[in-house]
Write a protein that binds this ligand. Structure first.
Ligand code: SF4
Length: 434
């Protein structure tokens, strides 16, 4: 049996796709099937922006690429919304058909991939080719033309395989051409965050926390010849992270990860992590106001966060901080507390990743709106994407007011950055800085 796993355009072409690589390893661990990965995202970017890879390598004209690509994405998406063909659609369809496979599965991780996925699925459907779709961004529109499977177990069942739970070794060694000086291998070692309490977050869904074995992780890193790694786990606890760090040290890997800034990450732990090769941490700070942090149920406070950032920076780790502005019930004063927090800790912050709060279905805020001052939730239908969710508040900044304030304080927020702000979209580049 021959299976084609497709990673559709378009999302940041910064690193090899984790999802299809993981699916391929699950199939190979349980069969002799012929599995091919088709990363249409990188094919698209290499065709559309032929000079971009060189721009990233020479650190020249990168801003120009971002302006151009943003316009192009929006133009192509609008074509799909109107029912027209996006660029290269025929080329992509011919490429897929030429593979002559028995089964085609799409992995849709980001909502920005929904537009090309929809256009491709529709064309393949017209040719009588049935496809499978999976991934966190799959929505009702894609299901018009594809059969939804929830996870790799369902995919294995669909292609008549038994899951023997054999070791799944990921192999990233054949990927090339990403818009980055060298490949940064993405590794996911837990299926969800172990903490699962932040009130805005939906990453954990109803999943039971599971870890992959340390042997599997090590084998995947060796097989992929990894020298730089992004541990894309939502978050690991200290005991496990230190075990993973030991592997990274043994293999002489420089790596980055995402964490929640609480007391767990003391000086001694951060030193051990740095010595293992940890060079960048993306911290989920969210707010500089203790009242908002409590409402988010972040399990930390401003004082502890400041200590963590200071120790991390002193150790030589680069700190990227995720911030959420306009959390329901946030006042203008509390918004400003976050701006002042960033300025006060500027010496210990390399890059700010600022977002305006967005309400997600399934989060605690969505399920218990009254506890967060929300009196009405509204949904607005969209053509390709899932409905847009908005809300009305009893008190605090509205989404529009928060967005306006974010624009007003843009320069103060950006002045904290020590690296260009485009790195928020290409975070793996932080591993190449001195
Ligand atoms: S925001 Fe991060 S730490 Fe909090 S529940 Fe979500 S993944 Fe876990």
């Amino acid at each position: 049996m021959k299976i084609l796993l497709i990673y559709p355009a378009s999302c940041s072409p910064v690193s090899p796709p984790y999802s299809v690589t993981h699916l391929a390893s699950a199939i190979k661990a349980n069969s002799e099937y012929d599995v091919e990965i088709l990363d249409l995202n990188i094919v698209y970017h290499r065709k559309k922006f032929p000079k971009a890879k060189e721009a990233f390598q020479n650190n020249k004209d990168i801003e120009k690429y971002f302006i151009e690509s943003t316009e192009v994405y929006s133009l192509e998406n609008k074509k799909v919304i109107r029912g027209d063909d996006p660029e290269f659609l025929k080329y992509f369809v011919d490429l897929i058909v030429s593979k002559k496979v028995d089964c085609i599965a799409f992995s849709v991780v980001y909502s920005s991939q929904c537009f090309y996925s929809y256009a491709l699925l529709k064309e393949l459907n017209k040719k009588g080719i049935k496809c499978i779709v999976g991934g966190p961004a799959v929505n009702h529109k894609l299901l018009e033309f594809g059969k939804f499977l929830k996870n790799e177990d369902e995919l294995l069942k669909e292609i008549e395989l038994l899951n023997n739970n054999k070791e799944r070794v990921l192999d990233f060694s054949d990927y090339k051409n990403y818009f980055i000086p060298e490949i940064v291998v993405p590794i996911k070692t837990v299926n969800t965050c172990y903490y699962q309490k932040c009130s805005f977050c939906t990453h954990h869904g109803n999943l039971k926390y599971e870890e992959s074995s340390l042997e599997e992780i090590k084998e995947s890193l060796v097989k992929s010849k990894a020298k730089k790694v992004f541990l894309i786990d939502d978050m690991n606890h200290k005991v496990r992270l230190l075990k993973i760090a030991k592997i990274m040290k043994e293999l002489n890997i420089e790596w980055m990860c995402q964490l929640k800034p609480d007391k767990t990450w003391d000086e001694e732990t951060l030193k051990e992590l740095y010595l293992s090769g940890l060079r960048v941490v993306l911290w989920g700070i969210e707010s500089g106001s203790n009242r908002i942090l409590k409402l988010i149920k972040k399990g930390t406070n401003v004082e502890d966060i400041e200590e963590v950032l200071k120790n991390s920076k002193e150790m030589g780790i680069k700190n990227v901080v995720y911030m959420i502005f306009g959390f329901p019930s946030e006042s203008e004063e509390e918004f400003l507390e976050s701006v002042i927090f960033l300025e006060r800790n500027s010496n210990n912050i390399d890059l700010v990743s600022p977002a305006t709060f967005g309400l997600q279905e399934g989060s605690d805020v969505y399920n218990n709106p009254k506890s967060y001052g929300i009196n009405k939730i509204k949904k607005m239908e969209r053509t390709i994407l899932d409905p847009k969710i908005s809300y009305e508040l009893n008190y605090g900044l509205s989404q529009i007011e928060a967005e306006k304030l974010k624009r007003k304080y843009k320069n103060r927020i950006n002045s904290v950055n020590k690296v260009p702000k485009w790195m928020n979209l290409f975070r793996e580049h932080m591993l190449f800085l001195d």
